[in-house]
Design a protein around this ligand. Sequence first.
Ligand code: C2E
Ligand code: MG
Ligand code: MG
Ligand code: MG
Length: 285
Amino acid sequence: YRAKANRLGHHVYSSEDDSHGDTRLRTLQELRTALSEDQLVVYYQPKVEMRSNAVIGVEALVRWQHPTRGLLLPEEFLDLVEESGLMHSLTRIVLTKALDQAAIWQEHGRTLPIAVNISASSLVDVDLPNEIAAMVAARALPPSSLMLEITEDFLMSDRDRARDVLFRLREAGIQISVDDFGTGYSSLSYLRDLPIDELKLDRSFVLPMADDARAASLVASTIELAHSLGLRMVAEGVESGVAYDELARYGCDLAQGFFMSQPVPAPELENWLAARPALQPSDDV
Ligand code: C2E
Ligand code: MG
Ligand code: MG
Ligand code: MG
């Protein structure tokens, strides 16, 4: 037993031992520190309404400002957050930061609704809708200033639960977007009966559009179907002007991607907005 304890102690603190399990253990410890010492930061990426070219909202995307490894992307730590039961804490931290930012923008006369990604594991928490409504109200924000991006796996996992959570969020005035649409197993006819405001077409459908006619026609018909069900369509991963123009021709409602802007810290987003030609209503930040 003693040897094991020593082993653990050694592995937690060693920075040279690189076997998989040890790296994990170290990272888990660092992750706890990250949450308790405020090392998570939120970047923002604009969502552009194609018809008007107006920025009608932003998506909040979490990053980890690691003390030695630099800025880490979600793909480098979200799985561990989930496995170690820390997703609840992360969700609340991101929601708090995003809503604080929305409140600051609102004070400056800029209405910029924020979309926050919520994992399926956080959504099954029965208290979430009430908590979110309270967080929004505490900052005197209209409920429409918050959108939640959820994934198809949540909708398909426990239909009754999903339906209940979504309806309670809808009652609270919170908007719902289905993220990475097309990568899961949900069908549009299933989504039709749920209180959903928009679909975000996964970038794996958008990226090949430019040089693949069949990919392009799949995108076009998915947009049409979404519209026939009264859903707004967002294309993610719009990386070029060619893709942007094509999506506009198909009647896609919103676009998000590197062609407009990468996810950036709030001050950079403000600079980017200020540098955009006209079309920005009440642009006085
Ligand atoms: P997502 O919600 O689908 O977010 C879109 C991802 O695509 C972001 O990656 C974004 O930086 C990237 N992206 C945006 N435009 C383009 C483009 O034009 N081309 C390409 N190739 N990529 C583009 P990011 O920030 O690394 O986030 C990855 C995923 O991590 C997100 O995918 C989301 O599922 C998850 N995530 C991010 N923040 C949070 C969070 O606060 N909570 C939870 N639960 N998940 C989060
Ligand atoms: Mg998202
Ligand atoms: Mg997405
Ligand atoms: Mg995605």
